[in-house]
Design a protein around this ligand. Structure first.
Ligand code: C2E
Ligand code: MG
Ligand code: MG
Ligand code: MG
Length: 291
């Protein structure tokens, strides 16, 4: 799975895939049915403004409610989707569902932008910006209310096509975020040449940020660089108050992580954030219990 290569779960998946091609084909066949039968679900994880703890948006994260294997995480089926071309209908499904869900919280008075993850393969498909434009038009999505998260690797892949897509999407009022920022090596030149709105600092730099001096140096320079280019900065994988405090002090704009909330089905978020008790930190323990 591009952009995540090197993380433990992906290494395992790759090994699995090589050892059991039949299993892998089965995943593809089942996934095709899953799309037809509406077995995919979206969970949402809030992005929190470090300055005031307000919610600055929700990120959609896909799961597969498999009839026999339970709730599967993206690492278990996205590689098969990307290899087989199913990633195109899958991404279209995710976009449509995310915009439908957004219409739900907008009707309740919450203007939260929604962020959808897209694969390198989506970005490189020539018709992709038109597909997004059609969905946005159909939903009447205002400018700035939909963000697409793409990995640094996706921007570096077929750089010209990806950059063109980002330009087209930006012109449609759709912001592009660079996800997992910092683990690729092309970051600086890509940021200069592609009109992205946000960088999301990869979790690997964030986890022990309150104590790890090299990571502190890296994150401080990413924040300075991004702000110098007029981009917002989000830190992923914030799990402790110490890391959150460090990031706030360093001038990071937004944070996401288990400290604030785990990804969860949006009606649960609705309960937690629209009732008077609701706040990310407050709700953490309850969210942990949600499947
Ligand atoms: P990502 O976009 O970088 O999303 C962040 C991942 O980190 C999510 O895993 C999230 O559940 C997890 N996470 C969030 N906060 C914390 C934390 O504090 N600690 C830890 N340890 N983990 C945290 P998830 O949902 O398994 O997604 C994995 C990746 O799959 C995503 O990484 C994204 O690249 C991809 N993905 C997810 N949904 C979609 C989708 O709809 N389409 C595409 N193309 N890719 C998706
Ligand atoms: Mg993401
Ligand atoms: Mg990320
Ligand atoms: Mg990440």
């Amino acid at each position: 799975y591009q952009g995540k290569r090197g993380t433990a779960d992906i290494v395992l998946y790759d090994r699995d895939q090589v050892a059991h091609p039949a299993h892998w084909l089965m995943v593809q066949t089942e996934l095709r049915h899953a799309l037809e039968r509406d077995e995919l679900v979206l969970h949402y994880q809030p992005k929190v403004r470090l300055a005031d703890d307000g919610i600055s948006g929700l990120e959609a994260l896909v799961r597969w409610q498999h009839p026999s294997r339970g709730l599967l995480s993206p690492a278990e089926f996205l590689p098969a989707a990307e290899q087989s071309g199913l990633i195109e209908p899958l991404t279209a499904w995710v976009l449509r569902r995310a915009l439908d869900d957004q219409a739900g919280w907008t009707a309740l008075g919450q203007q939260w932008p929604v962020a959808v993850n897209v694969s390198a393969r989506n970005l490189e498909a020539p018709g992709f910006p038109r597909v997004v434009a059609a969905l946005v038009a159909e939903h009447g999505t205002p400018s700035g209310r939909l963000l697409l998260e793409v990995t640094e690797t996706a921007l570096a892949g077929d750089a010209a096509t990806a950059a063109d897509a980002v330009v087209e999407l930006t012109a449609l009022g759709i912001g592009v975020s660079v996800d997992d920022f910092g683990i690729g090596f092309t970051s600086l030149s890509q940021l200069r040449s592609v009109p992205v709105a946000e960088v999301k600092i990869d979790r690997s730099f964030v986890t022990d940020l309150d104590t790890d001096a090299p990571n502190q140096a890296i994150v401080r320079s990413v924040i300075a660089l991004a702000h110098g280019l007029g981009l917002r900065v989000t830190a992923e994988g914030v799990e402790t108050p110490a890391v959150s405090a460090w990031l706030a002090e360093a001038g990071c704009d937004d944070a996401q992580g288990y400290l604030f909330a785990r990804p969860t089905a949006w009606p649960h978020l609705l309960d937690l954030y629209l009732n008077p008790r609701g706040s990310g930190r407050h709700a953490r323990a309850e969210l942990d219990a949600v499947p």
